[in-house]
Design a protein around this ligand. Structure first.
Ligand code: ADP
Length: 172
């Protein structure tokens, strides 16, 4: 087990880290699941910045990420990424999910983020199989930790016991 990877159960909006990641949708205008929770807890400043980004670049493609203030959250930044919708697995879903994690780490590095927390991207409303998603997340997390020595902590925030058990099994 990599000592920089920690498993947490609970609500990502309570996490103290330099950045938390949002599983957003390409409109960047908010939605359900973790996205709704982050906007509710973080206040209007986050949505305001999302709207400015949307006006500038027209939202966020699947696999890409954008960064905003953390608003009223304990985290300094929210990194919003758009994971793929699961459509059976033959539509590049695995590559797109990995790219979503990589896009978050790229922005994190650019903003000198030393601790970051991720929800289980795409495994809620977007229906990505949880075990496969966790394998992909861990691959991307381990690559990022190897590439960026300044990154000190990656928290994986599990919202349910099933997700936690899957990660715990993979982390050994
Ligand atoms: P997606 O559309 O990418 O599937 P969801 O928000 O529907 O995004 O779900 C992604 C994951 O986030 C799921 O595992 C869901 O249980 C979890 N989740 C929902 N609310 C929270 C929260 N407040 N904190 C952490 N994880 C959450």
């Amino acid at each position: 087990m990599n000592e920089k990877i920690t498993l947490v159960t609970g609500d990502i909006t309570h996490i103290h880290a330099d950045a938390i990641v949002n599983a957003a949708n390409s409109s960047l205008l908010g939605g359900g699941g973790v996205d709704g929770a982050i906007h509710r807890a973080g206040g209007p400043a986050i949505l305001e910045e999302c709207k400015q980004i949307r006006n500038r670049q027209g939202g966020c493609h699947t696999g890409d990420a954008v960064i905003t203030t953390g608003g009223n959250l304990p985290a300094r930044y929210v990194i919003h990424t758009v994971g793929p919708v699961w459509n059976g697995g033959s539509q590049n879903e695995a590559q797109l999910l990995k790219r979503a994690y990589q896009s978050c780490f790229r922005l994190a590095q650019q903003h000198d983020v030393k601790s970051i927390a991720f929800p289980s991207i795409s495994t809620g409303i977007y229906r990505f199989p949880k075990k496969k998603a966790a394998e992909i997340a861990l691959e991307a997390i381990r690559d990022a930790l190897a590439d960026n020595p300044a990154l000190q902590e990656v928290k994986i925030v599990c919202f349910d016991e099933e997700t936690r058990a899957i990660y715990a099994g993979l982390l050994g």
